[in-house]
Write a protein of this length. Structure first.
Length: 375
């Protein structure tokens, strides 16, 4: 595997540039040309990079240089997104391109063994490529201590205290990492999605629940015990929330798929959330529900933005991705009323580009950052 710092730096440059000559690698790394040639020869023999074509000759003429490129299929990664209703497993290359994927229901998960069996059963078809697999990355909808892959709580399954990393590693004998799914989503958007080119990212995931992923200086922010980003528990109206017995967090009482569906039932409306969003333009009652929900969401986002000062805010999740334009339209006036313009005017607000593949891409990135080299 890649161990020397000089090898790692050459690979980073190669991955960033696409195609590059040995002489340019020497210039960019500060290594001598013989040293670069030796490292490149070793990487070619390992199958990590390859020679592809000749570049342009210099203005002085002479031979055209041979260009080098990284081989994304040098190793594979198994990336897993554990959702409350479905499990997505993908065999991916080192650019997170999907080679094969499986999507199955996760609704039958009631015990720790159910979760383990579901994961391992759907990993199994990919293990024919075992010798090429760099590792496994798993995103789960809950609080995770990333140091040891211990899951404290997954509300979607009402499961607590799961040693998921060690359980999976014991079953499949492959290096495994476990992280919160929204944090992985933020990593994915930073690497390949709407937050490309940014170092400080706040991702807001709006679905059945409400969560946040935080990237600071290109590093996933987990906090001391994996609890960072639990925006769903933020308080946006203590006068009404101090007696809260809602099964989700305080913010999620106002804005979440669960809460919106509950409010619709309370007023006697039997409709999907898609229909709800479509009908807010023609129904004052429905529009008032959405206005109130977005007001609380905006206040929580303002608090997070004032604390973190991100370059970009990415909105995703089943509701966030599909209803992005309507939500942005509702929350921006609240921003304008609550904080000085200079706090948020330089922030880019963007819709997710990766959609339901965000966690998969983030899991891929996490495994490479731990076990390989990624830009």
């Amino acid at each position: 595997m890649i161990q020397k710092n000089s090898e790692r730096e050459i690979l980073r440059i190669l991955r960033r540039s696409g195609h590059i000559s040995r002489s340019k690698l020497s210039l960019q790394t500060g290594l001598s040309k013989p040293a670069v040639s030796e490292i490149v020869s070793g990487l070619i023999s390992l199958g990590v990079i390859r020679e592809v074509k000749k570049g342009k000759s210099s203005s002085k003429g002479g031979k055209r240089p041979i260009l080098l490129e990284f081989k994304p299929d040098y190793r594979y990664i198994i990336a897993i997104d554990v959702g409350g209703t479905k499990l997505r497993v993908a065999l991916t290359d080192l650019e997170s391109r999907v080679i094969e994927t499986r999507v199955v229901s996760s609704k039958g998960v009631m015990r720790k063994d159910d979760l383990l069996n579901l994961i391992c059963k759907n990993i199994s078809p990919f293990l024919e490529e075992r010798e090429k697999i760099l590792g496994i990355g798993i995103g789960v909808p809950g609080t995770v201590d990333m140091k040891n892959g211990f899951v404290y709580y997954m509300p979607a399954f009402n499961l607590r205290n799961i040693e998921l990393k060690s359980m999976v590693q014991k079953e499949v004998d492959l290096p495994t990492l476990v992280a919160n799914d929204v944090n992985l989503n933020a990593l994915g958007e930073m690497w390949k999605g709407a937050a490309r080119g940014h170092k400080n990212v706040l991702l807001i995931s709006l679905g059945t629940g409400t969560g946040a992923g935080i990237i600071l200086d290109r590093h996933m922010c987990n906090g001391s015990r994996g609890m960072a980003g639990e925006i769903g528990y933020m308080i946006t109206d203590w006068s009404r929330e101090k007696y809260n017995d809602f099964p989700f967090g305080n913010l999620e009482k106002w804005f979440s798929g669960y809460a919106l569906e509950k409010k619709l039932k309370e007023i006697g409306e039997n409709m999907s959330l898609k229909d709800f969003f479509e009908r807010t333009a023609s129904s004052e009652d429905l529009n008032n529900i959405l206005n109130e929900a977005c007001e609380h969401l905006a206040l929580a986002m303002v608090n997070a933005i004032c604390l973190l000062d991100p370059e970009v805010v990415v909105i995703t999740g089943g509701i966030g991705f599909n209803q992005y334009d309507k939500i942005i339209e509702k929350i921006m006036p609240v921003f304008e009323k609550t904080v000085p313009a200079e706090i948020f005017q330089s922030i880019s607000f963007k819709k997710s580009e990766l959609g339901d593949m965000g966690v998969i891409v983030g899991a891929n990135y996490l495994v490479q950052k731990e076990f390989f080299v990624v830009d």
